[in-house]
Write a protein that binds this ligand. Structure first.
Ligand code: GUN
Length: 292
């Protein structure tokens, strides 16, 4: 039976440490860290994620400067808000919740965020730093995957890793982080041929597709570490709505060496890395305060 990689438990531990760190630093900086989550429209999944992020901020003592806009908000309005937040001394992190309504140009908005406040790690400057292996704010979901694997001592050096899904939010930065950790990395996607046999060759499988149950037990190399980033809401045979991943968890856990559950795996780690990035950005500001 595979070892369960308990993202929820690790997230709680890291968040407890961050809460303590915030208490100490607040006395030095005279203010708490601040995070602004911007959301447009009413995608229910996004609304749930944003609520989760804001609740976590409240628990840790991070001030929220988030704003929720109607789907009709203009590009110019959002751009102006981002510029204001860039200048706002109380704000250490800015995140634009994706996806945005189709009308809006997400990339153009992300480009407006001050890279030092880009706690989602999606600004070209931070993605460029990742490509170059330089320090910088890293995308939260892949950073959460790396932290969870590190905690469970999953050896990446010289291992075959495959990332299924090539989004800018997960797949691309994930592949770069695995590469940085000396894995031999393959990226697979919807146009890849022989996906099953590619996956079967991997010691580390990270799947971020959003297709419930697409990874079956016979696709997984025995003993592999299986990281399920996919998250979809389904209605099961009993009519109950629940969250599931890309991986057929019950079947795959008897083949894999280690596996993340959904929920309780990478989801809580993503939120935790966002909080961690916000605190890191806050610490950088503390360091650069005049007189220190
Ligand atoms: N939508 C789903 N996950 C994320 C995330 O980590 N960051 C942003 N900005 N949007 C998301």
């Amino acid at each position: 039976m595979a070892q369960l990689l308990d993202g929820k438990a690790l997230a709680q531990k890291i968040q407890a440490d961050l809460a303590q760190q915030i208490q100490t630093l607040k006395a030095q900086l005279g203010r708490p860290p601040g995070l602004a989550v911007l959301m447009a429209g009413d995608n229910p999944a996004s609304a749930a994620y944003v609520r989760g992020k804001e609740r976590a901020c409240e628990r840790l003592g991070i001030a929220s400067f988030g704003q929720h806009f109607p789907a009709t908000v203009s590009q110019a309005e959002l751009t102006e808000i981002i510029h204001q937040l860039n200048q706002d001394e109380r704000v250490d992190g800015i995140l634009v919740q994706l996806p945005l309504p189709d009308r809006l140009d997400a990339s153009a908005l992300l480009n407006q965020i001050d890279p030092d406040k880009d706690v989602d790690g999606l600004h070209p400057t931070n993605l460029g730093r990742l490509v170059r292996g330089e320090p910088g704010l890293r995308s939260c979901t892949p950073a959460g995957v790396m932290r969870l694997m590190q905690f469970y001592n999953i050896d990446l050096k010289s291992k075959q890793a495959i990332v299924v899904g090539r989004s800018i939010l997960v797949g691309k930065p994930m592949a770069l982080m695995l590469l940085e950790a000396d894995a031999t990395v393959m990226m697979a996607h919807s146009r890849s041929h022989n996906l099953s046999s590619l996956i079967r060759g991997a010691d580390i499988l990270v799947t971020a597709v959003g297709r419930p149950g697409m990874i079956a037990a016979d696709m997984v190399k025995p003993g592999a570490a299986v990281i399920d980033v996919g998250i979809s809401r389904i209605t099961d045979a009993t009519g109950q709505s629940r969250l599931v991943g890309d991986v057929q968890f019950e079947a795959v856990q008897s083949v894999a060496g280690a596996i993340t559950p959904v929920p309780g795996g990478i989801g809580p780690m993503t939120v935790t890395m966002l909080l961690q990035n916000t605190v890191s950005s806050y610490c950088e500001r503390l360091k650069s305060q005049p007189g220190d």
